[in-house]
Design a protein around this ligand. Structure first.
Ligand code: NAI
Length: 271
């Protein structure tokens, strides 16, 4: 049964690639909670066509292509969304990430900097682009909410997370910095959710991801948080129940970030 926490709210969801995507689950949960949504992804991802199923499930939500490295695409997306909704936006989910060096198998000590630029642009600066376009167009209602997804490799070393660790540090910093300016002008809040490792297309691009996922699960008192639970957390952050939460990096990780060791890991080491 839906709680209708987002009744009357309108939002844009970036990054639903397939039904494993965190953005996919979040779109479903937002719709269930009463929101109207617009879906977006990079044109190349839209060509796969999967997103049309999601759009249908979410009350025939419009699907608008947008490469997050293009300011023109972002402006067009915001304009078309406002036109569709007949008014301003209440929330945005930034669920976008890609590492070119990881994809090409380059070690952190042997990065190609052209690719790193692109990684930082797609995975981090894009949050600034979205916030700046929305701010300059005055596209978000007062007390609106922007959430981006991040990972704890921004604070601690996970060697195979590679250049994405640096991208996530920048992403979290942008949420804090823009959160200040948007908060002062429009009470718009900006937060990052630091999610447990999750089996998705982006997640499984990380080397040794299966082992990594199992380790995190054993290191978390509650176990790994699922994509669906992450979606529920997003709904709460888009709702009016969290109006004074802003400029935070919020761990949604079953307690992983506060845990030194668990009995399950000790037992494993003693085997
Ligand atoms: P996913 O692969 O389903 O989503 C990544 C999305 O980024 C895709 O929809 C892709 O099309 C989009 N994207 C890539 N380049 C783009 C561009 N130039 N313009 C627009 N969109 C672009 O994977 P997932 O896991 O749902 O990823 C969502 C977010 O969650 C990412 O920021 C990821 O880093 C973050 N995250 C994922 C974790 C995991 O273990 N899966 C853990 C913590 C955070």
């Amino acid at each position: 049964m839906s709680n209708q926490l987002l009744k009357g709210k309108k939002g844009i969801i970036f990054g639903a690639l397939n039904d494993q995507s965190i953005a996919w689950k979040t779109a479903e949960k937002c719709y269930e909670a009463g929101a109207e949504i617009v879906l977006t992804n990079a044109p190349v991802a839209l060509r796969m066509g999967e997103i049309n199923k999601l759009a249908e499930q979410c009350g025939n939500a419009p699907v608008i292509g947008c490469d997050v490295t293009s300011s023109d695409d972002i402006k067009n997306l915001l304009e078309k969304s406002i036109e569709h909704f007949g008014g301003k936006i209440d929330f945005i989910l930034h669920s976008v990430g890609m590492s070119l060096n990881v994809r090409k198998g380059n070690h952190y000590t042997d990065l190609n900097y052209d690719w790193e630029h692109k990684t930082l642009d797609i995975s981090a600066m894009s949050l600034h682009r979205v916030c700046q376009a929305a701010y300059q167009m005055d596209a978000i209602n007062d007390w609106g909410s922007i959430v981006a997804l991040t990972y704890i490799a921004a604070q601690r070393i996970f060697p195979d997370y590679n250049e994405m660790a640096d991208a996530k540090s920048l992403l979290e910093s942008i949420a804090r910095s823009f959160g200040y300016h948007y908060g002062v002008r429009n009470k718009v809040r900006i937060n990052t959710i630091s999610q447990s490792p999750t089996m998705t297309t982006a997640g499984s691009g990380v080397k040794g991801f299966g082992g990594f996922l199992g380790y995190a699960d054993k290191m978390s008192p509650l176990g790994n948080a699922s994509a669906e639970d992450c979606a529920n957390y997003c709904v709460s952050l888009f709702s009016d129940l969290t109006r004074f939460v802003t400029m935070q990096n919020l761990f949604h990780d079953g307690g992983f970030s506060s845990t030194g060791v668990t009995q399950a890991i000790i037992d494993q080491m003693e085997k």
